[in-house]
Design a protein around this ligand. Structure first.
Ligand code: ATP
Ligand code: MG
Length: 137
């Protein structure tokens, strides 16, 4: 079994879609073993997305991620990292497959509803940024 890190982004909380997204996650066989609703600070968002800091959309991304509450989650299951990437769908919702979270719920590449770790190694780093061991059960 494996763990991945997920964020339900501000467009999800703003549109009251966190339960609907969680239903898709659970239906895919992923278990939500840690979950907390937070307001990300600018510093937290900049650290989290530091890998994208030279990209032209970095400022927009940090502004969006701090524009409202997010739900940070730890998901557990077999091949959780790859499975969640599949359930999320392509970064750009216009290119996302039918039935994926981004195809179903997202309105643009910037406001694409969910984040999921892209490797097991990054999942560990990202989980540690937002969760203490005792908060994952
Ligand atoms: P995430 O890391 O959020 O799970 P991802 O791995 O599918 O998404 P990345 O390439 O890591 O995509 O980009 C991180 C985030 O930056 C995207 O989810 C999206 O919100 C934003 N982003 C990516 N490309 C663009 C773009 N061309 N214009 C605006 N925002 C973008
Ligand atoms: Mg990414």
């Amino acid at each position: 079994t494996e763990r991945t890190f997920s964020i339900l982004k501000p467009d999800a909380t703003k549109r009251n879609l966190t339960g609907a997204v969680n239903a898709v996650i659970e239906k895919a066989g992923l278990r939500i073993v840690g979950q907390r609703r937070i307001q990300m600070s600018q510093a937290q968002a900049e650290t989290f997305y530091a890998i994208h800091k030279e990209r032209p959309f970095f400022g927009e991304l940090v502004t969006f991620m701090t524009s409202g509450p997010v739900v940070v989650q730890v998901l557990e299951g077999e091949n959780a990292v790859a499975k969640y990437r599949e359930v999320m769908g392509a970064t750009n919702p216009a290119q996302a497959a039918e039935g994926t979270i981004r195809k179903t719920f997202s309105e643009s590449v910037g406001e694409n509803t969910v984040h999921g770790s892209d490797s097991v190694e990054n999942a560990k780093i990202e989980i540690a940024q937002f969760f203490q061991d005792g908060d994952i059960v």
